[in-house]
Design a protein around this ligand. Structure first.
Ligand code: NAP
Length: 257
């Protein structure tokens, strides 16, 4: 038939080199479970080899790394407690020994614990700031010193636009990550792009069930909670957007509005 596209032109054979993150090495903190796991698998499915950090979830980390290897990618497992001030250096020493370098750093590890001004103890303050802010800061410092060209991705939180009062130390750390995203985007350009995603209601916090998310629906314009895949898509977009840096992408169904 005239003008008809031959069938062979419609078939696209995806080889490894067509995958957008092929050959890149991604370090994901808190990568054993929940959003970190989804991000690690999402990057592996797009061609990246992984350095998967975990703390207490060793068995889950092994399962996630098996799934990554089943996709044909490499996966280095690194156990480290981010409350320890020397953990960023140790993590990057392990990455350097195995891969030589990392190209992508995704900060997913965090603690999310309730505490108003009155109820925030010095222990909660120290722990939250150490894991959610100090570790991302010094991991980024170590990454920037060993990477010629790459990407840093922070996980902020859409609530920083409308700060809640019950998770005060947590919210302060996530607000600080937004500032860190913009500061590092300037100081590390053009070598390293630095962006963040700000998730809304995606997974109920540990100890809560689906009802927790259902209660949030009235304040979400799109009328539903999000999924880990929504976060993976946002992160992949930012990793593939070469003219974007210093951006904080809200993935929250419009909740921040
Ligand atoms: N879930 C949501 O709907 C949502 C919404 C807004 C923002 N976020 C942000 O998105 C990111 C991922 O969310 P999530 O719900 O998947 O997080 P999560 O389940 O609360 O925890 C993520 C990870 O933090 C790690 N972690 C905790 N304490 C640690 C320590 N002392 N040292 C090292 N790692 C430690 C845990 O590792 P182990 O399990 O190995 O101990 C866990 O894998 C977080 O930064 C979170 O603040 C999530």
């Amino acid at each position: 038939m005239p003008g008809r596209i031959p069938r062979t032109h419609l078939i696209y054979n995806f080889s490894m080199t067509d995958l957008p993150l092929a050959g890149r090495i991604a370090l994901v903190t808190g990568g054993a479970v929940r959003l970190g796991r989804a991000l690690a698998l999402g990057l592996a499915a797009r061609g990246a080899n992984l350095a998967l950090h975990y703390n207490s979830s060793e068995t889950a980390a092994e399962r996630t790394s098996e799934e990554i290897r089943a996709l044909g990618r490499k996966c280095l497992l690194i156990g480290a407690d981010l409350r320890q001030a020397d953990s960023p250096g140790k993590i990057f020493a392990a990455v350097a020994a195995y891969y030589g370098r990392a190209d992508i750093l995704i900060h997913s590890a965090a603690v999310f614990e309730r505490g108003t001004l009155e109820k925030t103890s010095p222990e909660l303050w120290e722990k939250t700031l150490a894991i959610n802010l100090r570790a991302p800061f010094f991991l980024s410092q170590a990454f920037a010193s060993q990477t010629e060209k790459g990407d840093i991705l922070f996980l902020a939180d859409s609530r920083v636009r409308q700060p809640a009062t019950e998770f005060l130390a947590y919210t302060l750390t996530k607000s600080a990550l937004v500032t860190l995203t913009r500061s590092l985007a300037k100081s590390l350009a053009p070598r390293i792009r630095v962006n963040a995603v700000a998730p809304g209601a995606i997974l109920p916090p540990p100890g809560e069930d689906e009802a927790y998310l259902q209660r949030l629906i009235p304040r979400i314009p799109l009328g539903r909670p999000g999924s880990p895949d929504d976060i993976v898509r946002g992160v992949v977009y930012l990793l593939e957007a070469p003219f974007v840096t210093g951006e904080v992408l809200h993935i929250d169904g419009g909740e921040y509005l």
